[in-house]
Design a protein around this ligand. Sequence first.
Ligand code: GLA
Length: 384
Amino acid sequence: MKLKYLLLSLLIVGCKAKESKDTKIEKPQEITSLKEALKSDFYIGTALNVNQIHERNAATDSVIKTHFNAIVAENCMKSGLIHPEKNTYFWEDADAFVNFGMQNNMFITGHTLAWHSQTPPWLFVDDQGNDVTREELIARMTDHITTLMTRYKGKVKGWDVVNEALNEDGTMRESKFYTIIGPDWVEIMFGIAQKVDPDTELYYNDYNLSNPEKRQGTVNLVKSIQEKGIKVTGIGMQSHVSMDNPDLKVYEESIEAFSKLGTVMITEFDLSVLKWPNRQMTADISERAAYMEKMDPFKTGLPDSMSMAQQERFQKVFNIWKKHSKSITRVTTWGVNDGNSWKNDFPIPGRTDYPLLFDRNNKAKPIVTDLIKQANTTNTTAHE
Ligand code: GLA
């Protein structure tokens, strides 16, 4: 009889011990944000406009702080805005942008040091309006790059040093930088940046990089600079894509090609649901109105079928990026929500596009909730 009690009590103690051991295994914390969901893959970033930098809309601000852990300035660090006159810099917005990133523990990218577009009127010309010499332009860019990089040293972790230096066929774009300085202008810019801060990441950034000719041109350009011992940390693929362009297979091939040279970043992602105009706008007013009607079909909302098609394409690109997360360090969307995307005004002004991950009311699109759900599923399975 005694033995029976002994065995019974041993059994009960055993069960209790097991119970308490089981309850000690912590349940994984539920993931509720995009940045947590993608934490083991890459930074997820967004471009900020000046209203967002200055936190003027509480709902948008909350989306930024909740879901993103990387930022880039949409405009305020471009030379035309930050360096409007030869001896005048305008720091207010860029300083606020960098402070915003520091306060919220975000990876901050500087955009962009040398780009042929959105430049200040003085940059390429002398007082008579003639092109400056090669030496003078290099001196001006040395001042520009040194001043920006020094001011934000240790805070801005990576710079788009050169933006869009190539044509679609992979040859060098005949920009003012190219015509005044010469074909070595890109390596000169990287050399200046490396000298200012050898510890910061330095990127080459461009669009349409899935195009095989432009891909090859980029590989050749970056390789030739690196072979001279000048640092190019990685390549930024802007990735302004649409529903049928690019073919995701060739897009992925570019990620693979670039990953052999350094890191890869998706730097300006948006997925337009609108058609690209295939002809010049006509001057005839009624014809123009009819054309606009056709080119701007979702003014009052996106039909379910289109939302679903977009969701599918979103999921496909995220699958590709996650598959290459060893090389991809950051995915940045060009804007926070559909309402503030440049795509509403480009290439045709005044349209209603839906290219981002959050809608006009800052509501997360299904891709966001799905990515979070997928991360929670992986998390739970990993703990079983
Ligand atoms: C290019 C530039 C960006 C921005 C977009 C349009 O991709 O790199 O800075 O100007 O065009 O907003």
